[in-house]
Design a protein around this ligand. Structure first.
Ligand SMILES: C[S@@+](CC[C@H](N)C(=O)[O-])C[C@H]1O[C@@H](n2cnc3c(N)ncnc32)[C@H](O)[C@@H]1O
Length: 249
């Protein structure tokens, strides 16, 4: 039987760990918006630097993302679980905006291919129904800005333009361990499900941001339609915008 790593630590190592943990909790709670009692145990067993990830998470998006540290922790624990359970495959994100969630995914898995899809000019007018949204929502970003933040590396692949049209440039044989759908609207969410579902490996995860969010009803509509005849069902995550999580059978 192998011992749990933490029981092999010296008294001083354990003490140091507990002091750091308490300081981190005080730091996270200092925003006064979200209160968490403890960072997940998983963070103390890895090289993850939570404060660095938090900096990336709120970079140029502090107003929204500082109120949603639960979502950041959710992304971290989901990726770590994939790595621990040895689920192989690339990562993809539809809906990148300024690159905050993309940066987190890449920081946690720098060796895996990461495929990023966005117009980088905001919502396309083709997607504005049925929600009656205006074209150009989330246009205050650019491909260059995101590349400078997330990185320009061989493993990071940017697809600028209208999804799903941009998928024509992509090898259909790529298999994914994690797909993050965060395009807010019905049409791109439905297209994202149609494109990625069959390409997700068994045990792979599909993160459906805004699934339980009345501000973006098209996401739940697309998910309910698509999963009507599939074996999986979403679990709702208690983050600010009600992300949904599906693990492929
Ligand atoms: C909420 S933002 C993404 C936020 C990002 N995932 C984060 O957490 O940092 C939604 C993005 O989806 C993109 N988007 C929506 N529909 C799209 C489509 N059909 N093709 C490409 N990008 C689209 C928008 O341009 C916008 O940048």
């Amino acid at each position: 039987m192998t011992l749990n790593k933490s029981s092999q630590l010296s008294w001083w190592q354990k003490k140091k760990r507990s002091i750091i943990k308490r300081l981190l909790i005080r730091f996270v709670n200092s925003s006064d918006s979200y209160v968490i009692q403890h960072l997940p145990e998983i963070l103390s067993d890895t090289n993850i630097k939570f404060s660095q990830l938090r900096e990336s998470w709120i970079y140029q998006n502090e107003d929204n993302n500082n109120k949603d540290l639960v979502r950041l922790l959710f992304l971290i624990t989901t990726v770590e679980e994939l790595k621990k359970s040895n689920i192989q495959g690339a990562l993809a994100e539809l809906g990148v905006y300024r690159g905050n969630s993309a940066k987190i995914l890449h920081s946690l898995c720098p060796e895996r291919d990461l495929y990023l899809f966005d117009t980088f000019t905001g919502f396309d007018e083709k997607d504005c129904e049925p929600e009656k949204e205006s074209a150009g929502g989330f246009s205050n970003t650019s491909l260059e800005q995101v590349q400078n933040f997330v990185g320009k590396k061989d493993t990071i692949h940017y697809f600028q333009g209208y999804f799903p049209e941009t998928t024509h440039q992509l090898d259909p044989n790529i298999r994914y361990a994690l797909v993050h759908l965060d395009a807010d609207l019905y049409k791109p969410t439905k297209s994202g499900l149609e494109y990625f579902y069959d390409k997700l490996v068994p045990g792979g995860v599909l993160i459906l941001h805004d699934y339980n969010n009345s501000r973006w009803p098209g996401v739940a509509m697309a998910v309910k339609e698509f999963f009507g005849d599939k074996p999986e069902m979403p679990i709702v995550i208690p983050d600010k915008s009600g992300s949904g999580l599906i693990r492929k059978v």
